[in-house]
Design a protein around this ligand. Structure first.
Ligand code: B1M
Length: 211
């Protein structure tokens, strides 16, 4: 079995310690961080997602797989983030109200920090008010919202409307992303940017801060 299949298999079985060891081994063997992330960790997480959908695994199984995923991505962090010129800018990042998924958000944070942005990660289940209050208090240029559920993505519209009500809509850019989110949804709710993955989110954030 290849090391990437072993990472995927052990992630699916929630063996965080083994996943960590295998990721370190793959790094030591010179494999790229992107390959380890996409073909090892995310491959395993996608299989878990499919099984979850079919009721073949349950919430506790998914939770321990998520823990194993986080153990692996922590090791990849210094390798995934690019070096070079650092951008200036402050981002308030969180997963929207009612939503507890944080793996994608954590990847977004990692990639944005790698670009030199200051990221205030305010966690999961974040209300629209909390996004706006934090952006005002911290004078952030960007609010970045993640959502993984079709039932919670509507909260993103709430964030846009709350920014309008607070009178800061022209001072802050609102970025959105997550599996059910699309570019047409972004346009529909009047947010500024949709990006499909963590890398493009970081690149767009840098561009927005430069404007
Ligand atoms: Co949940 N879950 N979950 N879950 N879970 C999904 C999302 C689901 C698709 C599973 C399925 O049915 N196949 C489904 C949603 C269905 C839907 O709404 N259409 C689902 C469900 C239904 C639920 C519960 C309701 C289940 C239940 O309790 N009955 C429940 C809800 C809890 C809640 O939030 N209130 C629930 C719970 C959980 C766990 C807690 C067990 C766990 C989360 C643990 C954690 O995050 N710490 C969990 C997990 C792990 C998943 C799956 C398996 C994996 C999600 C993940 O982390 N993917 C997921 C199935 C799947 O996606 N295959 C599933 C890896 C991650 C890197 O991808 O987050 O998409 P993702 O991030 C991507 C992009 O989307 C993007 O960048 C990343 C890649 O670079 N991105 C952004 C993300 N945020 C961005 C922001 C940006 C830009 C890009 O700009 C700001």
């Amino acid at each position: 079995m290849s090391i990437l299949s072993e990472i995927s298999e052990n992630l699916q079985n929630g063996r965080a310690k083994v996943v960590k060891e295998l990721v370190q081994k793959a790094i030591d063997e010179g494999m790229s961080a992107e390959t380890i992330l996409k073909e090892g960790l995310l491959h395993g997480m996608n299989i878990i997602g499919e099984k979850f959908k079919k009721d073949e695994v349950y919430v506790p199984d998914v939770l321990i797989a998520a823990r194993a995923m986080n153990a692996g991505t922590e090791l990849l962090k210094p390798l995934l983030v690019s070096s070079g010129v650092k951008a200036a800018g402050k981002v308030v990042l969180g997963t929207v109200a009612g939503d507890l998924h944080d793996i994608g958000k954590n990847l977004v944070r990692m990639m944005m920090e790698g670009k030199g942005l200051e990221v205030l990660d305010i966690g999961t289940d974040v209300s629209a008010e909390k996004f706006i209050e934090t952006a005002i208090k911290e004078e952030a240029q960007i609010i970045a919202c993640s959502a993984l559920l079709t039932t919670t993505m509507g909260e993103m519209e709430n964030v846009v409307n709350t920014a309008v009500k607070a009178g800061i809509r022209d001072k802050v850019k609102i970025m959105i992303g997550g599996a059910p989110v699309t570019d047409s949804y972004c346009k529909k709710i009047g947010a500024d940017r949709y990006t499909p993955d963590a890398t493009s989110a970081a690149e767009e954030a840098v561009k927005l801060c430069a404007k």
